[in-house]
Design a protein around this ligand. Structure first.
Ligand code: HEC
Ligand code: HEC
Ligand code: HEC
Ligand code: HEC
Ligand code: HEC
Ligand code: HEC
Ligand code: HEC
Ligand code: HEC
Ligand code: HEC
Length: 423
């Protein structure tokens, strides 16, 4: 009996002791003294702990010592900063510091098999990388585009590399006149970009497919696009304009002159909404930059614009007709629908301007004008019907009026006769 009771107590005690032991162990294992101690410090010694709470590396279970080295399980500063402690890297060493993990595919694969490991290789091909190799540490390093401690996943909406944060990320340097004063490049990219159709699509329409800085310049290989790659850059998103341009006489001519194909007429950062005025020989026309009056291309430019204007005018006339018919209560939804088709053709004609081919444009305009002619006819018919209904109404009203007069006279006649007839 007694021994049984003793056994029970001993059992309980040993379980209790074991629990305390494991509790202590886990407490010890969880303690990261880099964080524990830095939490109590101030300013730039404390800041990393604060921002690290939302860092992607923290979410994957990494900590201070994974980047800085040292022994996180030591409470004492001297023991914590043993000979594995790397301290802070110099600016010029940061790419290799980050790449010690990010270029190590077998290491990265353990965390995320689909994450790319080519950032450093690409970085060395960029203008930033070229200049860093020459000892210029003012260029963008990994930490300038991703932050140092509050690094977020690239796809996180709050990350410095998320599309709508990118313009600010790049412009912290590129728009800073003072910072960039030693370089021969402009500092207007952000101001120009902000006025562009692309910025408008991204920020006003929330269209994430519109390009920001890195879509045209690359993420890690940020360089000014080469003559041939600019075409490629714009074409990725505007394939039909690119295809037509390639087949046009300008392709060869521009290549020979070393001109950037899309940029010549549209610019690079300040790409404004294109208008019909860019065509032809008017004040805002881009064609007259290169084509002299009397030359054949000048004449062609002028004809293309005329054709386009005629087509637009015809669409407008048809539109007005339908509106008038609509107001007079005639059903015109069918021709209205056809007019949408004509407007789609107008969009195609505008796109076709990149062929710079008068015959091709004339052909498309002719197709469009056939549709517009049908719509115009339908509009005229509708107005005729409205007119017919109106005259019909007038005749009917007159008829009813005459009928009521006749009726009135008849009644009068009957009532006048009545007294003599009544007994
Ligand atoms: C007991 C407190 C304490 C612990 C533990 C501690 N640090 Fe520090 N740390 C400091 C103080 C104080 C400084 C500033 C003075 C100095 O440079 O020694 C500092 C400076 C640093 C710096 C600035 C660079 C440098 O070398 O001056 C880094 C980076 C750093 N600590 C990382 C770590 C990491 C990583 C760990 C864990 C392996 C760690 N610390 C553990 C107190 C601590
Ligand atoms: C992803 C790697 C990485 C991790 C994780 C990391 N650091 Fe750093 N830390 C750096 C780099 C890189 C720098 C140098 C930044 C620079 O010079 O721009 C730095 C700088 C510092 C500095 C100097 C700050 C200054 O402004 O002078 C301190 C202190 C520091 N880290 C502490 C910590 C602490 C504490 C932790 C954990 C909470 C931590 N770091 C986690 C990469 C890291
Ligand atoms: C100790 C190894 C290590 C070091 C050093 C390191 N990283 Fe990481 N990094 C990782 C791991 C692991 C991940 C998580 C993988 C993932 O995000 O799927 C990661 C994730 C990232 C991501 C998010 C990728 C994404 O979109 O998912 C970025 C950005 C990043 N690191 C940048 C840096 C920068 C900048 C430095 C240098 C200051 C750096 N890293 C240093 C290991 C490291
Ligand atoms: C000029 C700015 C810039 C620099 C410098 C830069 N990055 Fe990036 N990085 C980006 C952008 C922008 C993205 C986001 C790409 C996207 O949206 O898909 C990115 C994405 C990443 C990713 C996610 C995976 C990927 O490749 O898309 C990792 C990891 C990363 N960078 C690490 C690094 C490392 C390591 C360095 C330094 C060798 C570095 N970056 C330097 C701008 C930069
Ligand atoms: C830390 C500051 C800094 C940041 C952030 C930065 N850059 Fe740069 N960048 C520079 C400096 C400095 C140069 C060198 C200027 C030169 O080429 O003469 C440069 C050069 C360039 C060039 C080459 C210009 C040329 O014609 O020589 C391009 C393109 C470029 N950066 C794009 C970007 C993009 C895109 C981003 C954002 C994803 C970015 N930069 C972020 C500092 C920065
Ligand atoms: C629609 C594509 C596109 C976008 C978006 C874009 N760029 Fe450019 N960028 C270009 C082209 C094209 C050039 C011209 C290259 C040349 O003329 O050598 C250029 C040139 C540059 C240059 C070289 C100096 C200069 O101004 O000619 C820098 C620096 C630069 N861009 C930075 C940026 C920054 C920062 C952003 C974001 C605010 C940005 N770019 C957005 C296409 C783009
Ligand atoms: C990443 C994709 C992307 C790239 C790269 C790109 N664009 Fe765009 N572009 C768009 C989007 C999206 C719109 C907005 C469409 C809209 O909302 O009407 C647009 C609009 C335009 C428009 C106005 C079209 C219209 O009908 O109003 C022009 C012109 C244009 N881009 C020219 C260029 C040129 C030139 C380049 C190269 C220097 C370029 N784009 C690079 C996606 C791109
Ligand atoms: C020789 C001048 C010129 C060149 C080069 C040029 N464009 Fe255009 N682009 C125009 C004109 C003119 C318009 C306006 C047409 C209109 O609205 O009547 C236009 C309109 C556009 C539009 C809006 C209409 C549409 O096509 O949907 C886009 C997008 C566009 N261009 C993209 C490009 C791209 C991409 C390139 C390079 C492959 C390029 N452009 C090269 C002159 C040019
Ligand atoms: C940057 C200069 C430049 C601009 C801008 C430009 N062109 Fe051209 N264009 C040329 C060159 C160079 C040729 C080839 C030599 C030639 O035939 O004159 C050419 C050829 C042509 C041709 C072919 C002529 C033929 O006989 O085969 C036509 C058509 C044409 N351009 C129309 C236009 C139109 C329309 C615009 C405006 C939307 C325009 N161009 C804008 C430089 C330009």
């Amino acid at each position: 009996m007694k021994t049984q009771k003793m056994e029970k107590i001993i059992n309980l005690l040993s379980i209790f002791a074991l629990a305390i032991f494991f509790f202590n162990l886990s407490l010890h294992a969880q303690k990261d003294y880099c964080i524990e101690c830095h939490q109590e410090l101030e300013d730039e010694l404390l800041a990393p702990v604060e921002t690290f709470k939302m860092d992607i590396h923290q979410q994957f279970g990494l900590s201070c010592a994974d980047c800085h080295g040292g022994n996180p399980s030591e409470e004492d500063i001297d023991l914590a900063k043993d000979k594995t402690f790397k301290g802070i890297p110099q600016r010029s060493q940061i790419p290799e510091f980050c790449a010690s993990c990010h270029s190590n595919s077998s290491y990265i694969r353990r965390f995320n098999p689909s994450l790319r490991v080519d950032q450093l290789d690409l970085y060395w091909t960029s203008e930033h990388g070229h200049l860093l190799k020459k000892g210029d540490t003012k260029v963008a390093l990994c930490t300038d585009c991703h932050a140092t401690h509050g690094i977020q996943a690239a796809a996180h909406p709050k990350s410095w590399t998320f599309p709508w944060n990118i313009p600010e990320t790049c412009s912290r340097c590129h728009s800073d006149k003072d910072y960039m004063k030693d370089y021969k490049i402009s500092t207007s990219q952000l101001d120009d970009y902000k006025e562009s159709v692309h910025a408008h699509a991204l920020f006003e329409k929330k269209d994430l497919s519109a390009p920001v800085c890195n879509d045209c310049h690359g993420n890690h290989g940020a360089s000014p696009p080469e003559v041939t790659s600019i075409a490629f850059v714009c074409r990725q998103c505007h394939p039909s304009a690119g295809e037509l341009f390639s087949q046009s006489p300008h392709k060869k001519a521009f290549d020979e002159m070393g001109l950037y194909e899309c940029e010549v007429c549209h610019g690079n950062h300040k790409i404004l909404p294109p208008s019909d005025e860019m065509l032809g020989t008017g004040e805002k026309a881009v064609c007259t930059q290169c084509h002299e009056p009397d030359s054949e291309p000048y004449q062609i430019a002028s004809r293309i614009k005329e054709k386009l204007d005629e087509f637009i005018q015809k669409i407008q006339i048809a539109e007005n007709l339908l509106e008038r018919a609509d107001r007079q209560g005639v059903e015109v939804s069918e021709p209205k629908f056809r007019l949408i088709e004509a407007n789609t053709m107008l969009v195609m004609v505008r796109n076709l301007t990149h062929s710079f081919s008068l015959p091709e444009i004339e052909e498309k305009v002719a197709d469009g004008e056939k549709v517009v002619a049908e719509v115009t006819r339908a509009g005229e018919d509708a107005l005729r019907e409205a007119k017919f209904r109106k005259t019909g109404l007038i005749i009917a009203t007159c008829f009813i009026f005459l009928l009521s007069i006749a009726l009135f006279l008849k009644i009068k006649q009957i009532t006048r006769r009545a007294p003599y007839e009544s007994p």
